[in-house]
Design a protein around this ligand. Structure first.
Ligand SMILES: [Zn+2]
Length: 649
């Protein structure tokens, strides 16, 4: 999923629309709403940890729905094929909102009485015990107006004067609109989806549209999906869709269809944009193995939500930006083929989808866009000193889908794993993870990914994950060096932004540039503070940069050069530059003891773009003419040379 707005704002927006009279009222309503949300999720947590639905395997479901996008209502008939996985199976349980009314339950051709609906659970006592492993089936007939929870779950809206109903169940919303098994350990083996709707509308859903047929004034759309699917990825969207297909060529195989259901008023815009998905799918096929549902389809269905949702084989899309297309497509491998085994492991969905989005910049859109993308993510993550990728509170939808942590930091964590392990082991380890028969078309936890990457690389990742997955914050590096002839002496230190990690053990790349265009990058294995290095450099270094290609999550790094005392001057600690990132003027503050100083600004490629003298303790430097990107500011003083970085927006 990728959302353009925080869900807090989303809820606030709803409340503002509904109660725009007074601010007081809005605040009260908002806090009530948050309290209700938290209460609802607390109830769900209690329920999830109970063994309510974990005693049977769900093999197949036939989902029959009546939906008219003009009416906020659903009528359904759900037939479930299941087999007990525990002894003494005498009651079948589903997750189902209390707001939906169960009309009848059919079992072996007879109506079954005595079901109980409480706490958003439906319990159906069976007439006899069903033996372990025996396949059986049951049909639940129900109807009602689904209560919208989470990101909406069941939404009626409009576009171009036309009504639309769509669903978005992630994470806890499937039970709002159908009786299901809403856990993260048992996928439905396969599904048939039949939706009846007035004849002027079309229905988008999972898998292949095997048939559409008229029935009076209605049409029925029959979609079929023959892969395991969790309840939260089952979805329908109903409106007056126009549609067209793109095709992705496959070496030595059938092309893969990309079926687009879009609003007729936006058709040409979409037709011009979705070629990106063809290119991106070719890249993912190459890096991560063939698109997992190649014999069915991939698709987009436009909807009115501000973002996208990776419904299996048919992503629902609020727009067609390159990054949204790349992100939702990536989820078909990471999220759909292999699904996070708990909401605490959400980064296995969102960190990967975000990183793959970035990799389309690396491969398809050029190195400058890739560097800018990495820099943007690092800047976002380090805008606050804390926060882990690991989700400790899965009752909070806002925390699960926190963009800075589950998405951006999850993505940069993968990028650092790639840096640490090298491309070959990183990509092979990921492919092994995707193809593991215990994980493929099933669920995975963080430990499963760790195991595959460790087996492939032979490296332990326990320390790495303690620091970057469970731990919070980032390091700020300080590199001090001096050169005598061709020998360079250096020390590397770090301070961490959060007390949960006292030291980030990492290979740290440092780039050395000489006046004659000589350049080399040396990787320092940083294992402790005060670490001393001595190495040969066949040219005289001028500009020294820490991690100029953005392999690491770090911020506020600086480099000092001091041949006289062989240690950095404490005066350097008092140098301040702000705002950072900067738009127009950069303000520099230097202690008196470093003045006068010569100041050199280098761009990310190491080219000199500005040179001037600083004579007073506070100086304003014009930055408005610089193009966006990272810059290295070098101060040459009588105490030695210091280099630090700033970002131009
Ligand atoms: Zn996503």
């Amino acid at each position: 999923m990728e959302k353009k707005i925080l869900s807090v704002l989303f809820f606030l927006g709803l409340v503002l629309t509904a109660f725009s009279q007074t601010e007081d009222f809005v605040c009260k309503e908002f806090s009530n709403l948050v309290a209700q949300e938290q209460h609802a999720h607390q109830a769900l947590l209690n329920f999830r940890s109970s063994p309510f639905t974990d005693n049977y395997d769900i093999r197949y479901q036939r989902l029959e729905w009546d939906v008219d996008p003009n009416v906020y209502y659903i009528k359904g008939r759900i037939t479930t094929y299941f087999a007990p996985t525990k002894e003494n199976f005498e009651q079948l349980n589903f997750d189902l909102s209390n707001a939906l009314q169960v009309n009848s339950i059919e079992y072996h051709g007879n109506a079954l009485e005595g079901h109980i609906q409480v706490d958003n659970r439906l319990a159906i006592p069976l007439p006899q015990v069903i033996p372990l492993g025996q396949l059986d089936s049951i049909t639940v007939d129900y109807e009602g107006a689904p209560p919208p929870t989470g990101f909406g779950s069941f939404i009626k809206s409009s576009h171009g004067g036309q009504p639309i109903i769509w669903t978005l169940s992630e994470p806890y919303g499937a039970l709002d609109w159908w009786p299901c098994k809403q856990d993260l350990n048992d996928k439905i083996g396969s599904v048939d989806i039949y939706v009846r709707t007035p004849a002027q509308y079309r229905v988008a859903s999972n898998g292949v549209l095997v048939r559409e047929y008229s029935d009076g004034d209605d049409k029925v759309y029959h979609w079929q999906h023959n892969y395991p699917i969790p309840a939260y990825l089952v979805a329908i969207a109903v409106t007056n869709y126009a549609y067209y297909s793109d095709f992705v060529p496959v070496d030595g195989g059938e092309p893969i269809e990309v079926l687009n259901y879009v609003f007729p008023e936006n058709l040409s815009g979409w037709q011009n944009a979705t070629g990106a998905t063809v290119e991106v799918m070719q890249l993912y096929n190459e890096l991560f193995g063939l698109y997992p549902f190649a014999d069915e389809k991939y698709g987009h269905a436009q909807f009115g939500w501000g973002g996208g949702m990776e419904h299996q084989t048919m992503s629902f899309m609020g727009g067609y930006s390159h990054s949204l297309q790349a992100h939702e497509l990536a989820h078909q491998w990471f999220g759909d083929k292999v699904t996070c085994g708990s909401w605490g492991d959400i980064w296995l969905n969102e960190g990967f989808a975000t990183y793959l989005e970035g990799m389309t910049y690396e491969h398809n859109l050029g190195p400058n866009t890739w560097q800018a993308w990495l820099q943007g993510k690092i800047n976002d993550i380090t805008s606050q000193p804390n926060g882990s990728v690991y989700v400790s509170d899965t009752t909070s939808v806002n925390r699960i889908f926190n963009g800075r942590l589950s998405y951006s930091k999850g993505a940069i964590l993968l990028h650092m794993l790639r840096w640490k392990l090298g491309d070959e082991d990183f990509f092979q380890g990921i492919r092994n993870y995707l193809e593991d028969p215990n994980l493929a078309f099933g669920y995975a936890r963080t430990a499963d990914l760790q195991r595959h990457l460790e087996q492939q690389s032979g490296q332990s990742l326990t320390e790495f994950l303690d620091d970057w997955y469970y731990g919070e914050g980032y390091p700020s590096y300080r590199f001090n060096w001096w050169q005598e002839g061709t020998t360079v002496y250096a020390t590397l230190d770090q301070v961490t932004s959060h007390s949960s990690v006292d030291f980030f053990e990492m290979p740290v790349p440092i780039n050395f540039r000489g006046a004659g265009g000589n350049e080399t990058t040396i990787v320092f294995d940083h294992t402790e503070n005060g670490q001393f290095y001595q190495f040969e450099l066949p040219f005289e270094a001028g500009l020294v940069r820490i991690d100029p290609e953005y392999w690491l999550l770090s911020r506020g790094n600086f480099v000092t050069n001091n041949e006289i005392t062989s240690v950095y001057s404490p005066l350097f600690e008092q140098v301040k530059l702000f705002p950072n990132p900067v738009r127009e003027q950069l303000r520099l503050q230097l202690p008196q003891g470093l003045l006068p100083a010569q100041c050199l600004t280098f761009n990310a490629n190491g080219q000199l773009v500005q040179q001037f003298y600083l004579r007073s303790e506070t100086e304003e430097v014009e930055a408005s003419q610089l193009s966006a990107g990272q810059y290295f500011l070098q101060l040459q003083t009588k105490e030695g040379t210091m280099t630090t970085t700033f970002l131009k927006e």
